[in-house]
Write a protein that binds this ligand. Sequence first.
Ligand code: SF4
Length: 302
Amino acid sequence: MIQNQAKCELCPRRCGVNRNIGERGFCGSGAQPQIFRYGPHNGEEPPVSGTHGSGTIFFSRCTMHCVYCQNYPWSHDGKGNLISVEKLTDILIELHTLGCHNWNMVSPTPWLPFLRQAIATAKNKGAVRPVVFNTSGYERVETLHEFGDMVDIYLADLRYAFSKSAADGSETPDYPQVARKAFQEMWRQSGKLRCDADGIAVSGTICRILVLPEHSADAISNLRWLADNIGTDLDVSIMAQYTPTQRTKAPPWNRAITRAEYESVCVEAEHLGFNNGWIQKYEDQTDTALIGFHMTECVNGN
Ligand code: SF4
């Protein structure tokens, strides 16, 4: 099926709403691309950020509702500006001109049909960058089939292994089975991370394991699943940076992770034989500053 906004089934929620006539599904996305910020971003994994930054576009809206979301002003509350596909194309060209290593689409799923048009036009105009699909991991295999040809690098979370965790943290009880199936498809399409002579990613797959408070068992279970089903050749990024927002009131989500929680996940990764990827220093947990605010704001319209 060709996915479009007239009967939106782009993500596993499969709301079936007609976004073109004002109907809104779980994510609240409408009939026009909506973007919060864009610009060079240096906070991704080293081969993605490189030396010139990752050309990142923070799309408004999200197909998950994580109680701890750092991006809540635009992912939950819908901040951001409506733009045309032509403006989206101009942004891609601008990021290319700035020398960014890639086009890094953060939570792009509701906007994939627009992105296909914009990327094709930008390429026709001579702007070509690897496309990074930066996702929570909650994706439909059918959508990955349909749009996978425009993706070079999957930068995908695998966050929950247990349905209760996913329901409590993100209102997404089917996350474990859905995200694992989706990850297998991403790996089938893109395989192992490949970099150029300067160490900049050109294609492949990175799995992000964000360690969550009181949920290190989810991270460990997912690492074991990855080792058994994908292989330890995969590049994994084990993240210590969980930070509750001012909205995150309920335990356990309202605290940072402990050193013991983080180290238990890192030890398991080493034990399983994962040798490629990144861990963070526990001390390097970021503060509560929201990312993206230093970037360029899109203006409404064209
Ligand atoms: S992208 Fe949004 S509207 Fe479409 S199926 Fe997913 S949640 Fe529903």
